[in-house]
Write a protein that binds this ligand. Sequence first.
Ligand code: BG6
Length: 516
Amino acid sequence: MSENISDTPGASSFCEIKPERVDIGPFTMVIFGGTGDLSRRKLLPTLYHLCHDQNLPDEYSIIAFASSERSDEEYRDLVKHSVEEFSEGPIHDACWENFSRHLFYMSGNFKDAESYKRLSSRIEEVAKPASGGKREVIYYLAVPPQFLPDIFERLSFCRLCSGKFDARLIIEKPFGRDRSSASALNSLIAKSFEERQIYRIDHYLGKETVQNILFFRFANSIFEPLWNRRYIDHVQITVAESLGIEYRARFYEQAGVVRDIVQNHMMQLLALIAMEPPIGFEADHIRNEKVKVYRTLRIMDSEYIDKHTVRGQYGAGNINGTDVVSYCDEKDTAPDSNTPTFFAGKFYIDNWRWADVPFYLRTGKRMKKRITEISIHFKQPPLRLFRSICDIREPNLLILGVQPHEEIVLHIGVKHPGIGNHLYAVELGFNYEKDLQGDVHFPLPYERLLLDCMKGDQTLFARQDETEAMWAVVDPIIERWKNTPCPEFPNYAAGSWGPDDANRLIGADGRQWRIF
Ligand code: BG6
């Protein structure tokens, strides 16, 4: 027996993969909106974790730039509370001591050039230059989109991104409200920055299992030959959330489900499933292939949208034993709001690989469970030689589970023991948690993405043409929905799998949602 293979039945054997150490030089991160929700919930706890896991260099500084008056000490208290509240593990005193020394605060006005001059001096004061003599600065724009133009212009005007500073910008979603505003924003950025400096973040791309889609597809030669219209009947992508809109009504009322999830997270998942093999793993090779998918997605006309998309808004209901209110009764939503919180739709990709293969996408808030999953439904054999006893579980199905179960499961047909010729679907599976037995640290999406930006790797960030192409796919849906009366909202109860129309949408093609 080969020495790589364990002789203990059932035991897995691993080749030893040494944890990758990232070599990052001194940097300063300036967080615009460093006291806001996103900073408190995600960014600051993530930066603390990176420090805890010794992923940050010795020399770095984090400067929060926000409007309220605060001292450095007061800001450190805010960060400590955020880490305590929003991190998984407890805070370690020694690590906190170390981390907090790198935190600074500056109050300023995003529109006021004077504030940027002070920011420039502050960066020089706290940041050590890198080996080339310049200071590496990452500007994290964790602010609502309306502030972006002013910030870009001032950063450029006050020379905070050139000369003595080498700058990168991380821009949060939503990137624009539609294609034309995204394109205007891109043109504005392009006046002062090069594309290599821009990191448009989509945290879905930082999820380990999302990145694994490419590894799974292109490292396993057994699936790629089947990955096309000849063998695949259809694909389903579900991003179901049990959460409601929480504290974000003001944002959500303006956005709705298509801008919030479909235009970015779902388009990214779809592209990773549908793209052609890239010629290399460098950022642009992958992004080139994704853009081709968005450009070949069939643009929907009004008639198609009316027939093949479904919108919904949740009513009151019960999730896991807890009663929850309807969307319109959430804090700060309009009592007669028409904002959709659910989307289902059928997409086609008009290229040689995917012609006529439907991609059914479904997402919603306050659904029965939190689950993100992609299922690839292979065609059933042309002749039904066997009698199936299980109508619910079909064989020839591949499931890529993104959350909460991070797994890959193949449903295959086997003979059910007994005299009859009954076919039975069983699962062959890989589950990250069970199979790697807790040995492996899962970086949180923001950990991975922040480290990539610090390293200068843009692979997991959206390029200018990518964001515009994604908008081009969803714009007609948003527009059509805006101009036609919505169904009577609410049309699904919190804790359900969405409106009945979503079942009719897929049912009309003789199929059903895998999760229902
Ligand atoms: C965000 C959306 O981008 O993604 C939220 O703005 C949504 O509305 C969240 O809740 C979902 O992310 P995850 O990682 O919990 O699936």
